[in-house]
Ligand binder design. Structure first.
Ligand SMILES: Cc1cc2nc3c(=O)[nH]c(=O)nc-3n(C[C@H](O)[C@H](O)[C@H](O)COP(=O)(O)OP(=O)(O)OC[C@H]3O[C@@H](n4cnc5c(N)ncnc54)[C@H](O)[C@@H]3O)c2cc1C
Length: 264
């Protein structure tokens, strides 16, 4: 999906990559970037504009002439295999069977994938935050200073308690959203709230854990500094926090107006 400016990012309607019908085929032209896992991928799911207000998703095999995986863009995270790459399409010809789902329904199809994808990231990064919290708890019960255990000093207890609250709230929001998906719902609203909260809460949890581990927290003797670098980008990808808050607020206002009526 994502393209360099002025193309699609937070605003999918800015999509500049095109796919044009040519006989029985489609010809794709455009430039994507930050495509996770691109290096070594067997195929790509490509979003391309197919008329003024519609897009289509295509399954394009790696090795298709015209498709080039370019540079790995250096980012602060390192956990994903295949990097975050630039991918270009130059006169990239694919058959009609390459259309994923229905032609011109790409934006609607993308929504189906987005909700569970957001939750997968939430679960992965909540796991990492729990691990950071465990490392921190191990450190604060061991560390003696000012005549007591660090775990028993009030300001440290405040940070420990805030971590517990963020972890519990994250878990609850993920479970709420997962229950909606399990029941066959789309879960757009619930996954949006979970994504916004969890992406920010896991940063807070790992950051507090770094703090309570002192110098070791920022060193590479512990994995916490690396954890921070892995989870920070989650506040940007799969919808930046600001985009989700914007959608959450609009939903809330629409809900109010549905039940109370818009003011005259
Ligand atoms: C590590 C990583 C992996 C990624 N993997 C993929 C991938 O596999 N495939 C893919 O297609 N994309 C991927 N992306 C791209 C990601 O989806 C985009 O970065 C994201 O959608 C934001 O788009 P943008 O970077 O163009 O920022 P922009 O759209 O330029 O937005 C910049 C900032 O503006 C703010 N903003 C945006 N909208 C609003 C608003 N309505 N109100 C107020 N503020 C706003 C936000 O703070 C946002 O971060 C990845 C990105 C990263 C960092």
């Amino acid at each position: 999906m994502t393209e360099p400016a002025p193309g699609a990012g937070s605003d999918p309607a800015a999509l500049t990559t095109t796919a044009v019908r040519d006989g029985d085929d489609w010809v794709i032209d455009g430039r994507k970037w930050f495509i996770t896992g691109a290096d070594g991928a067997a195929f790509f799911i490509v979003m391309a504009r197919t008329n003024d207000d519609a897009a289509t998703m295509f399954l394009v095999d790696a090795g298709t002439p015209g498709l080039t995986v370019g540079r790995h863009i250096g980012t602060m995270d390192h956990a994903f295999t295949g990097g975050h790459c630039e991918v270009t399409f130059e006169r990239c010809r694919v058959p009609q069977e390459a259309v994923l789902g229905e032609a011109h329904r790409g934006f609607a199809h993308a929504q189906v994938r987005l909700a569970p994808a957001r939750l997968t990231h939430c679960m992965r990064w909540l796991g990492l935050a729990r691990r950071a919290n465990d490392i921190m708890l191990g450190a604060v019960v061991e560390r003696e200073l000012f005549g007591s255990r660090l775990a028993d000093l009030g300001l440290a207890q405040h940070l420990i308690a805030e971590n517990e609250i963020d972890l519990a709230a994250s878990r609850a929001l993920i479970r709420t959203a997962a229950a909606v998906l399990d029941e066959g719902g789309r879960g757009g609203a619930e996954t949006s709230i979970a994504k916004t909260f969890v992406s920010e809460a896991v940063n807070r949890v790992v950051d507090r854990s770094v703090q309570l581990c002192g110098a070791r927290g920022v060193s590479h003797d512990l994995p916490l500094a690396r954890f921070l670098a892995e989870i920070r980008p989650f506040r940007v990808y799969d919808g930046a926090s600001e985009v989700h808050r914007w959608a959450i607020a609009r939903r809330a206002v629409r809900r109010y107006e549905r039940t109370h009526g818009a003011p005259r």
